[in-house]
Design a protein around this ligand. Structure first.
Ligand code: SAH
Ligand code: TMP
Ligand code: ZN
Length: 406
């Protein structure tokens, strides 16, 4: 168990403790209930480089393996988002002869497929065999390995340097940040660019999106912490662009130091982060108090609905739901089951609380009175898709940024 910063080795300060927690994606069957794995979910922040991080994290092999159930393609919104990243890179960054694109955490190939289709050399690093197999099946060149500094050296020795390196929602999943960031530096050609995208800690705070905190998310970045981390590896943030995905993300464009001028908005956002007090203990304390208040309110509302005999079904067996369900003691007494579109999750039970997960077809054939929206980060996509539920009198219950009904 470490209490030193994974980016700068200074001591971290714990600011939120969720207690005993299972793996967020550890969906399981009854024969596995007895030896379910738990760890202590706590987050700390580093007063020196400001990185927010888990104090303890399960081993990477325990989280990312042949049972990993999250497929990027499960969200149409994210598929479109990745298509746009590919289009943009193809149009603006890859005009050199025979470019090479490397993706870290390439999952089911949703993004790299666009490069494969365009005949561009590409390599995806994806350690979870379940999703890596889906990528390989679509002819996306995938190595079922954890990316690290060694892997980067192998790639460069065999294929030459990369002209684009992409890591979407991947760097936040990595315990050994230095190995991966050093690997990115090794990979990049002098004119190369890395596109890094992760949930933005400032948005987590602003929306009290506390369920973004779970085992897989080792780090919660800001521009301040990303800049401090990458600078240690001779890399520079040359641009930063907010993204309306996963409840608010930041895209960082990174280049070898001194190769490209940095856009003015990098300095602007650094100043805004400093002015907003994001790094101050009082900000963390206020966040923690809002989390407790919102969770307690949600449970009180679920108990009231139960007393009134209303049926409540969860919508989206998300990784985030594991944090809210287990921290606030939500059981199948309060939420009958959780509807999800991922076949691999059907017939399983949620980590820790063991609420059944069932198909979306089941939801659609017998609408409950209420749907508890665990998929709040895809609210617009869900609302558009579930007009019939609303038309049938179905109501939504949400808890981010606060408990609300619609
Ligand atoms: N990029 C995809 C997947 C995000 S989930 C998207 O945005 O939808 C995070 C992925 O990173 C998982 O598929 C996990 O298996 C993978 N991963 C975790 N550690 C990794 C590492 N060290 N190298 C490469 N991939 C990793
Ligand atoms: P995640 O929050 O861990 O990424 O998981 C999202 C889950 O939500 C995944 O299992 C797919 C599911 N899902 C639905 O059930 N319906 C939807 O409309 C979308 C977008 C996702
Ligand atoms: Zn630090």
């Amino acid at each position: 168990m470490a209490d030193t910063c994974r980016a700068c080795a200074s001591p971290t300060e714990c600011f939120i403790d969720f207690g005993r927690m299972p793996l967020a994606n550890g969906f399981l069957t009854p024969d596995q209930f007895d030896d379910e794995y738990f760890f202590h979910l706590r987050a700390g922040y580093c007063p020196h480089c400001t990185l927010v991080q888990l104090i303890e994290q399960p081993s990477r092999e325990r989280m990312f393996n042949e049972r990993y159930p999250f497929f990027s393609a499960s969200s149409a919104r994210m598929s479109a988002h990745f298509a746009a990243i590919a289009r943009d890179l193809l149009a603006r960054q890859l005009s050199m002869p025979d470019p090479l694109v490397v993706e870290i955490g390439s999952n089911d190939g949703t993004l790299l497929r666009h490069f494969a289709d365009a005949g561009i050399r590409h390599i995806g690093f994806e350690p979870s065999a379940s999703v890596a197999a889906a990528a390989s099946a679509q002819s996306v060149n995938t190595l079922c390995r954890f990316f690290d500094a060694d892997m980067a050296r192998h790639v460069v020795a065999e294929h030459g340097p990369a002209h684009a390196v992409i890591a979407a929602n991947a760097l936040s999943h990595v315990a050994d940040l230095h190995s991966v960031v050093a690997g990115i530096r090794t990979l990049l050609a002098p004119a190369g660019v890395a596109v890094i995208e992760d949930p933005y800690w400032a948005d987590v705070v602003e929306q009290t999106a506390f369920d973004q905190i779970y085992d897989e998310h080792a780090s919660y970045f800001t521009l301040t912490s990303v800049q401090a981390l990458f600078a240690q590896h001779d890399l520079e943030v040359i641009d930063v662009v907010p993204q309306p995905v996963h409840g608010g993300s930041l895209r960082y464009l990174i280049a070898p130091a001194g190769q490209r001028p940095a856009a003015g908005r990098v300095a602007d956002l650094l100043a805004r982060e400093r002015a907003s007090g994001l790094h101050l203990p009082a900000t963390f304390a206020a966040f923690r108090d809002r989390v407790t208040a919102n969770g307690d309110r949600l449970v009180a509302r679920l108990q009231e609905l139960k007393r009134r005999g209303q049926r409540v079904v969860g919508y989206g067996a998300t990784s985030k739901s594991t944090t809210v369900i287990n921290r606030f003691g939500i059981t199948s007494d309060l939420v009958e089951y959780i509807s999800d579109t991922t076949p691999a999750k059907h017939g399983t039970f949620t980590p820790g609380a063991h609420i059944p997960v069932r198909s979306h077809a089941e939801f659609a054939t017998a609408y409950p009175d209420w749907a508890l929206l665990f998929l709040w980060n895809h609210a617009a996509e869900v609302r558009a898709k579930e007009q019939a539920f609303a038309a049938a009198g179905g109501r939504w219950l949400g808890y981010v940024p606060a408990v609300q009904e619609w």
